[in-house]
Structures are given as C-alpha cells and as structure tokens.
Design a protein around this ligand. Structure first.
Ligand code: ATP
Ligand code: MG
Length: 347
C-alpha cells in the first residue's frame, strides 16, 4: 500500500504473561507501549501458570488498551490497522489478545493483521535502530526459540539454524532454578556471573554433527545440573555463593561460544555484514558485548534492541504489523490462535 500519510498501527501482545498494547508510527516510532507484567504473580509458582496468565490478561487488557491510546494521545479512529500476536504461545493467553483484536476490528472496521510472535522479536530491532534495513542476519534468543535467520526482506526469512532441544532462555531459566534463583532466572544468572571466576569449571559446548548452525543445550543443561547436585551432596545439600557465581559464569561462557561463532560464520558465508540480536536473552550484556566485539573484529555492523524491547512487548508486534500493512497482508476473522505456530522460511 503506497501512501504519503503517517501509518499508525496498534499492536497487541499477550502470548505469555505480559499484556502489552502499543501504538507505533510508520513501523519505527513508538508513540506508546503499555505493558502489564504478571511476573510477581507467577514467581510464586516458579514459572508461568497458563490458567492464571489468561485470567489476568482478561482482567488487564481493557485498561492497558485505554492507557496505550491516552499515552499516545490519539483516538482509535486514527489507527490504520490492529496487529496482534496469534502464536506461538500459551493458547488461553493468545486467545485473549486475538479475541480483543477481532472485537475491536469488528466494532471499528479497522483491518487486523495476525503476527507470528517470533517475527515480532526480529522487528524489535527496527524500533531501536531506525536505520536498520534488510538484508541482515538475525540471532533470535528467547524463552522458546534459538534461531539463526537470514532476514532477506521485511517479510521474507530463511532459517539456517534452530535448536534441537532446549531454547537458550529455557536453559538459562532451568539452571537458574536449580541454583535457587526466582523465576525468571536469566537476569539473576547474568548478575551472578559478573562475580564468577573464570577457569573454576569447564562445561561442554554443544555441537551437532553436519549441522554447523544448529544449537543444542540439553547436554550442557544436564551436565551443569549434575555438577550442582554433586557439589550439594558433598556439602550437606548446600552450595556457597562464590561457587554459584563460578558456575553461572562458565554456563554463560558456554552459551556465548555457541552463539557468537555460528552467527559470525553465517554472516561470512552469506556475505552479509549486518547482524541483529533479538529475543529476551538479548537483554544479556555479556552475550551482547561478546557478539558485538566479534562483529567489530570482522567488519560486521551489530544491532540490538533497547532493553525494554528485548522481552515480550507490543511495540515489536506493531512494527512487524506495519510491514505487513504496507504489503496489504491483512488477516480474516477466521484466523485462529496457534499455540505451536512454527517460525519457518517465508518467501
Ligand atoms: N539478562 C538476561 N540474561 C539471560 N536471559 C535472559 C535475560 N533477560 C531475560 N532473559 C530470558 O529471556 C527469556 C524471556 O524472553 P522472551 O520473553 O522473549 O521469551 P518467550 O516470549 O517466553 O519465548 P518466545 O519468544 O520464544 O515465545 C527468559 O528465558 C528469560 O530468562
Ligand atoms: Mg518472546
């Protein structure tokens, strides 16, 4: 759709435990991004409880919506399209956002666009880095995904690497839990690693034969859990803080090695000198700085989202929605939520 007017997209994200609604101008300029996080509720249970998450989305979504409009100082009539995550995620949570979007679309006659949450994570980079344009290599590191992707254009992707078992963020959360950190453990593990001493432990680096860009974290996870259990058994079921820090550091080193080399190698193989990281784990400074340094050493430009757009947010969904809008890729009202929606190659 060619137009000289500003395009306003209202984004809705509710795939897990964040109820988020955002208004983004021309795909890049965030006018508002209101998020209600349920972390404090779910940390009591050590992880997200799906039924509680969907109930809280229902309670919060209208308030978040009103707030997003008022912070952007616009009326719903100004919106060109409603972009909403329809998968992957928790089915009950997804249904709340999708039903809200459909209801709004029917009531206002504003078209709506279903967005794959993972394509949203990639778009989070367009918000922070207003000069970033495809083609580039995206490294997606989130709670449910670890992918190396050639972003050919705004709407076309080719996936070169995926995890064969756990996602990177999932491994962080599981190890953090065994070490005694509250959900979500990733940021707490990063903090512990800052005080770790290098060389105290040596953990494996997962490789997959004949799949140079694929990832595996289950071997690393089992190894680290065994190490922790062995230490606890020898110490009357306790583990001291310095040992926790040392384990956290070596775990992080192993994750960094798995991500950095593959990303640089793919960038060189495809001769694409732009790399963008995204997803919740991209909030991790050690990972971000290691990848950034290696990019600099190889004359590759490095991009990352602002920390507030690393974990789930609706601004990234609105940004992805903009690039669907200008191609007139609208969804019909029979679009269903898909908990297992695949992130796959797109022509
Ligand atoms: N500083 C950090 N260091 C390491 N991991 C982190 C950090 N901050 C957040 N994470 C991890 O990011 C993950 C959350 O990211 P995100 O919200 O993108 O995942 P998700 O939406 O649950 O999964 P997906 O996007 O794959 O559907 C959690 O696993 C969390 O521990
Ligand atoms: Mg996510």
């Amino acid at each position: 759709m060619k137009t000289n007017k500003d395009i306003l997209i209202l984004g809705i994200e509710s795939s897990c435990d964040e109820t988020s609604i955002s208004i983004v101008k021309n795909g890049r300029d965030v006018l508002s991004n209101v998020t209600n996080s349920q972390i404090d509720i779910h940390k009591l249970y050590g992880g997200v409880v799906p039924e509680i998450a969907s109930r809280n989305h229902i309670i919060n979504i209208d308030f978040v919506y009103q707030n997003a409009l008022s912070k952007a100082n616009i009326s719903i009539k100004d919106i060109n399209a409603i972009a909403v995550t329809y998968g992957p995620g928790l089915i009950g949570s997804l249904l709340v956002g999708l039903s809200f979007a459909k209801g709004l679309s029917i009531a206002t006659k504003i078209p709506f666009i279903g967005i794959n949450h993972i394509e949203g994570h990639i778009a989070s980079n367009y918000i922070t880095n207003t000069d970033l344009q495809p083609p580039f290599i995206a490294l997606i590191v989130s709670g449910g995904h670890t992918n190396l992707v050639h972003v050919i254009n705004y709407n076309s992707f080719k996936i070169y690497g995926s995890t064969h078992d756990d996602a990177c963020g999932e491994a962080y959360d599981k190890i953090a839990r065994v070490l005694g950190f509250e959900y979500p453990g990733g940021p707490k593990l990063e903090k512990a690693a800052l005080n770790g001493i290098n060389g105290k432990f040596s953990f494996p680096r997962g490789e997959i034969k004949n799949s140079p860009y694929d990832f595996t974290y289950s071997g690393l996870k089992s190894h680290v859990i065994n190490v922790i259990h062995n230490i606890k058994q020898k110490n009357n079921y306790s583990i001291d803080n310095q040992t926790i820090n040392d384990i956290a550091l070596e775990f992080e080193n192993s994750i960094i090695d798995s991500l950095v080399n593959r990303t640089i190698n793919l960038s060189k193989e495809l001769n694409i000198n732009k790399v963008a990281i995204c997803g919740g784990v991209s909030a991790n400074n050690a990972i971000k700085n290691s990848l950034k340094n290696e990019c600099l050493n190889n004359n590759i430009s490095f991009f990352s989202p602002d920390i507030k757009y690393c974990t789930d947010n609706a601004a990234m969904i609105a940004s992805a929605g903009y690039y669907e809008y200008i191609n007139e890729n609208f969804s019909s009202l029979d679009l269903n939520a898909d908990a297992n929606l695949e992130f796959k190659d797109k022509e």
